[in-house]
Design a protein around this ligand. Structure first.
Ligand code: FAD
Length: 514
C-alpha cells in the first residue's frame, strides 16, 4: 500500500514522537534518509526545559524565552510552549524517558539565560541519546513501518493540497511515490552549511529546500545560533561542550588565562549564546589564538564525571583529562531558529503539509533560542499537529498569528564572473567566512552571488550527496539573503556594519516562491 494517513519525514525526536501519536489516529509511515538513529537529537546533551520546579512557573519560563528572543518571539506560541510543557514532560516520563532524579524528584539544572534551574536531563549529559533510544524502541514496539536509507526528494502538491512525497532509495537510486493525507516534515536543521558545526551529517536543510520548492513560506532564516563552546582540538570534529558545564560552574578564560566574560556581560559566563560567541571571537582575535578555554578544574572530579560522563569520556578518548586540564573551545554553528513557517498547529500555508522540530519555524525562538527549548518545542507542537488532524478536524491551512512580516522572493543577482567550483567543502568554507557569527554587507553580497551561481551550475541531483548539496545551497541562499536584508543586529544575527537593533526591523522576513 502506498497511501497513508500520515507520512512523516525524519526519525529524530520530532519524527518519532509524532509517529507514536499518529499511530493512534491512522496509518503511518516514517521515512528517514539514514538509519533510524541518525539525527541531531541523539547528540543533544543539556536537556529539555520545563517549568516543573518549586520555584518556577510557566510565567517565568515565558519571560526568559521572550527576553532571549529579542523582540521577535511569537508571544502566543511561547505562551502555548510554556503552558503545555509540564503535561508533555509527564508524557515523556510515561513512555519511559529515564530523566535523572535527585532525592526521588526529577533533577533540574541551570543553563544560560534561565532564571532558575529548569532543565531536565537523562544519563547526565546524554539526554538526547536516551530520548532517541526510548522513542525508537517504542516505534518498533508499535510496529510503525520505518523506511530507512530513503531520502525525501520532492513534495508533491495537488490542486489545493499536499498529495504525497517522491522518495529516493539511497542504495539503488530509484524513486518511489508515497501518497498521503498529511505530510509531516521533521527533517531537522542545516548546521552542515558551516565549516565548524556541532550537527550530525544529516543536517543539510532538506526540509527547508523541499518545502520552499513546493511553495511553502520560509521564515526567520537569518537567525542561526552559533554555540560558543565546541571542543577545538586539531583533527577532531567540533564536539559540543554543553552550556550546562557553565551552568554547573565552568569558567571561560582566554589564551592568557584571564576570565573575560564579566568584561562583556553582567551575566558573565552564563550570558546569552550570541553574546558569549562574539565575546569569544573577540578574545581569540585579541590574543591571536584560534580558541579560548573552558575551565572546570576547580570543580570536584566526581561532579564532572557524574554530571558530564559523555563529555568527560569523549575528551579523555582524545587525550584530554578535563578534571585536570583546560578545555580548548571555539564557536560552531549549532541550531537553526528559522524554518518552514507554521502556525501554532504546525500547519504551513499548504493544506495537509505540516512541519515540526528544527525544520519548522513556529515563532517560539524569535531571534535567538533559549537553551533547551528546542526539544520542548518539538513535543509541544507535534502534539498540536495531532490534535489538529484528529478525527475529521479541519486541516485546511489557517492564518498564522498576527506577526509583523515582510514577504520577499529570492533576488535575481548579477552572477557574472568566476567562482570556486560548487562542492560541499567550498560551500561550508564560504558560509563560515561570510555568513557566520559576524556578518557584513560585502561578505553577504559575495556569498549571495556565489550561491546563486552554484545553484545554476549544479547538475540535477541523482543520489543522496547530490540532493544534499542542492538542498544546502538553496538553504544557504535563504539564510544569506535574509541576513543581507536585515540591516541591524538582533539576537543571533550580528552585522558589524549595523551593530544595533532597529525598531524598523522588529518584523520577520518570510521568503515565498509566489
Ligand atoms: C550537539 C547538539 C546538542 C544539542 N543539545 C540540545 C539540548 O540539550 N536541548 C535541546 O532542547 N536541544 C538541543 N539541541 C538541538 C536539538 O537536539 C534539535 O533541535 C532537535 O533534536 C531536533 O530534532 P528534529 O527531530 O527536528 O531533528 P533531528 O533530530 O536532526 O532529526 C532529523 C531527521 O530527519 C531525517 N532527514 C533529514 N532530511 C531527510 C530527507 N530528505 N529524507 C528523509 N529523512 C530526512 C534525518 O535523517 C533525521 O532522522 C542540540 C543539538 C545538537 C546538534
Amino acid at each position: 500500500m502506498n497511501y497513508y494517513d500520515y507520512v512523516i519525514i525524519g526519525s529524530g525526536i520530532a519524527g518519532l514522537y509524532t509517529a507514536l501519536l499518529a499511530k493512534e489516529q491512522g496509518s503511518v509511515l516514517v521515512i528517514t534518509k539514514g538509519s533510524i538513529e541518525d539525527c541531531n537529537t541523539r547528540h543533544a546533551q543539556g536537556g529539555i526545559a520545563a517549568a516543573i520546579g518549586q520555584d518556577d512557573s510557566p510565567d517565568l519560563h515565558y519571560k526568559d524565552t521572550i527576553a532571549v528572543g529579542n523582540g521577535l518571539c511569537d508571544e502566543e506560541a511561547v505562551r502555548i510552549l510554556v503552558d503545555e510543557a509540564p503535561a508533555r514532560i509527564a508524557e515523556l516520563v510515561n513512555i519511559g524517558v529515564p530523566f535523572d532524579t535527585l532525592d526521588g524528584r526529577i533533577a533540574l539544572t541551570l543553563e544560560a539565560a534561565h532564571s532558575v534551574p529548569r532543565i531536565l536531563h537523562a544519563g547526565g549529559d546524554a539526554t538526547g541519546e536516551h530520548i532517541e533510544v526510548t522513542l525508537s524502541r517504542r516505534v518498533r514496539a508499535a510496529r510503525i513501518p520505518v523506511l530507512e536509507d530513503s531520502q525525501a526528494a520532492e513534495v508533491l502538491v495537488g490542486k489545493n493540497a499536499v498529495a504525497g512525497i517522491n522518495v529516493l532509495d539511497c542504495h539503488t537510486g530509484s524513486t518511489e511515490i508515497f501518497e498521503c493525507r498529511h505530510l509531516i516534515l521533521a527533517t531537522g536543521g542545516a548546521g552542515q552549511l558551516f565549516k565548524f558545526n556541532t550537527n550530525s551529517d544529516i543536517a543539510t536543510g532538506d526540509g527547508i529546500a523541499l518545502a520552499f520548492k513546493a511553495g511553502a513560506e520560509i521564515m526567520d532564516m537569518e537567525f542561526f545560533q552559533f554555540h560558543p563552546t565546541a571542543l577545538h582540538l586539531p583533527g577532531v570534529t567540533p564536539f559540543l561542550i554543553s552550556e550546562a558545564v557553565r551552568g554547573e560552574g565552568g569558567i571561560l578564560r582566554n589564551a592568557e588565562g584571564h576570565r573575560f566574560m564579566p568584561d562583556y556581560a553582567p551575566q558573565g559566563d552564563l550570558a546569552p549564546r550570541d553574546v558569549v560567541a562574539r565575546s569569544i571571537l573577540h578574545e581569540m582575535k585579541k590574543t591571536g589564538a584560534d580558541h579560548v578555554y573552558l575551565d572546570v578544574t576547580h570543580l570536584s572530579p566526581d561532579v564532572i564525571t557524574t554530571r558530564f560522563p559523555h563529555i568527560y569520556r569523549f575528551c579523555l578518548d582524545h587525550g584530554l583529562n578535563i578534571t585536570k586540564e583546560l578545555i580548548p573551545v571555539a564557536p560552531a554553528a549549532h541550531y537553526m531558529m528559522g524554518g518552514v513557517k507554521t502556525n501554532s498547529w504546525g500547519e504551513t500555508n499548504i493544506s495537509g503539509l505540516f512541519a515540526t522540530g528544527e525544520t519548522a519555524c513556529t515563532g517560539v525562538h524569535g531571534a535567538n533560542r533559549l537553551a533547551s527549548n528546542s526539544m520542548l518545542e518539538v513535543v509541544v507542537f507535534s502534539k498540536r499537529i495531532m490534535e489538529r488532524t484528529n478525527k475529521g478536524a479541519k486541516t485546511g491551512s489557517s492564518a498564522a498569528h498576527k506577526r509583523q512580516e515582510v514577504h520577499r522572493k529570492l533576488s535575481k543577482r548579477n552572477v557574472a564572473g568566476s567562482s570556486p567550483a560548487p562542492s560541499f567543502s567550498s560551500l561550508q568554507q564560504l558560509s563560515w567566512n561570510n555568513v557566520g557569527v559576524i556578518r557584513d554587507r560585502d561578505g553577504l553580497s559575495r556569498a549571495a552571488d556565489i550561491l546563486e551561481t552554484w545553484q545554476q551550475k549544479l547538475p540535477p541531483p541523482t543520489d543522496r550527496p547530490s540532493h544534499e548539496l542542492h538542498n544546502l545551497v538553496l538553504t544557504g541562499r535563504l539564510i544569506t539573503e535574509a541576513a543581507l536584508l536585515r540591516e541591524e543586529s538582533r539576537g543571533a544575527h550580528f552585522r558589524s556594519d549595523f551593530p544595533k537593533a532597529s525598531a524598523e526591523w522588529q518584523q520577520h522576513i518570510v521568503f515565498t516562491t509566489e
